[in-house]
Design a protein around this ligand. Structure first.
Ligand code: CO8
Length: 383
């Protein structure tokens, strides 16, 4: 018999960022451990989070509240370290008749997460996620797992089949052969396998890391434009229902509609501002490099004229050939001393003139906009 006190996978420090999740539930814990992120923890430890109606009513209520809470951008759904959810509640279901099930559209309400919730949901799966538990985890937009998690669709062992989307979602994620094998045998599989087969987006060593990983991804998503996130979730989900041509058409329509979004305009103008700053920085560094080059040239020039005038008398007067740099200056048509200057000692004025020349050759406003050609060249380099 399992311990009745199952340690929650929830990180220890949970700071509230929003009062929107202050409602208390009997079978759930809801908190906002990071800005824009809600964490729902299934909390029915004595039954390993087996999914019975009171829990699902609460779950739907929490999801609906969070879905309409503007301060929330993404939701993480988790359980305990021992069980995400050990399945639909077998005790609740064992006496149901066909008319009970059909008449009450039994299990249909489980789908609220996929039909009514427009914000991204990440499931952080630790411990058992069996039957309905596995189906609930797969309803999330992204699944994260810890390596030691145990997932599976064991319904066949109870003489039934998955009833909350397991046969459809598992098959889409892992392919027909693997899904058929898992559903027909009821064999379970590990978190590591779930990640290897593409059912889970990431695998973590420990349950705590799994929840933390889900929270930080949720935080990242929550920091994006909520309109764009909603649209992205919608178009990716449509890929599961539509053929490629219709899907791409649908995506393009939604993409076009985002040109009407204020968020897009804000983000684009921010991007442009960043680009403008980058271009300015490049201009400044280009100018600085030119300044150094000009100063070097001017220094070399001074040295050359100093050398020419000192040639006759200086201790290095017997030098046979100029330094390679001097030579290349001459070859490239660097300005030569005028005949009048020949033999004249380098004066302070000469150096001053050279510096003045250098400074005059610089653009008057080094941080100002570049000329068009230079700007085009820079932005090409950046792209
Ligand atoms: N439903 C209700 N109660 C459950 C469930 C469940 N799915 N799973 C565990 N529990 C309860 C146990 O009954 C036990 O309660 P109690 O102490 O009052 O007897 C408590 O949780 C702890 O369970 P265990 O003592 O069994 O814990 P262990 O650590 O020994 O074992 C297991 C953990 C392996 C997860 C084990 O509990 C188990 O096999 N559970 C059932 C898993 C399963 O088959 N899930 C799929 C259910 S099928 C489904 O989800 C959809 C179809 C349903 C059709 C039902 C037709 C009748």
């Amino acid at each position: 018999m399992a311990s009745r006190f199952v340690k929650a996978a929830l990180p220890r420090v949970v700071r509230p960022y929003s009062s929107a999740t202050s409602h208390t539930y009997e079978h759930l814990k809801v908190s906002t451990p990071k800005p824009g992120v809600a964490l729902i923890t299934l909390h029915r430890p004595r039954a390993l989070n087996a999914l019975f109606t009171p829990l699902l009513v609460e779950l739907n209520s929490a999801l609906h509240k969070l879905n309409t809470d503007a301060s929330i951008g993404a939701i993480v759904l988790t359980g305990s370290e021992k069980a995400f959810a050990a399945g639909a509640d077998i005790k609740e279901m064992k006496d149901k008749s066909f008319s009970d099930a059909y008449g009450t559209d039994f299990i249909e309400m489980w789908s609220d997460m996929t039909t009514a919730v427009k914000k991204p949901v990440i499931s952080a799966v630790n411990g058992y996620a069996l039957g309905g538990g596995c189906e609930l985890a797969m309803m999330a937009d992204i699944m994260y797992v810890s390596a030691g998690a145990t997932l599976g669709q064991p319904e066949i062992k109870l003489g039934t089949i998955p009833g909350a989307g397991g046969s459809q979602r598992l098959t889409r994620a892992v392919g027909k052969a693997k899904a058929m094998e898992l559903i027909l045998t009821g064999d379970s599989f590990s978190g590591k396998e779930a990640a290897d087969w593409g059912l889970a987006a990431k695998v973590f060593d420990t349950p705590e890391q799994c929840v933390e990983g889900a929270l930080s991804t949720a935080e990242k998503i929550a920091s994006m434009s909520q309109i764009a996130v909603k649209a992205a979730k919608e178009v990716v989900n449509k890929s599961q229902d539509l053929g490629i041509r219709e899907g791409v058409d649908f995506e393009r329509r939604v993409f076009h509609s985002l040109f009407g979004s204020k968020d897009q305009k804000i983000e684009e103008s921010r991007y442009e501002e960043v680009q403008r700053i980058q271009v300015k920085l490049l201009t400044v560094s280009k100018d600085a490099a030119e300044l150094v080059k000009n100063l070097e040239t001017s220094l070399n020039k001074n040295q050359t004229s100093s050398f020419t005038s000192a040639n006759m008398t200086a201790p290095n007067a017997g030098r046979q050939s100029p330094e390679p740099e001097e030579q290349s200056d001459k070859q490239q048509g660097a300005p030569q001393a005028s005949p009048n200057d020949q033999g004249a000692a380098p004066s302070k004025d000469h150096a001053k003139d050279a510096s003045k020349e250098t400074l005059q050759s610089l653009p008057s406003n080094p941080t100002g906009p570049m000329d068009k050609a230079a700007e085009e060249k820079t932005s090409k380099t950046m792209n």
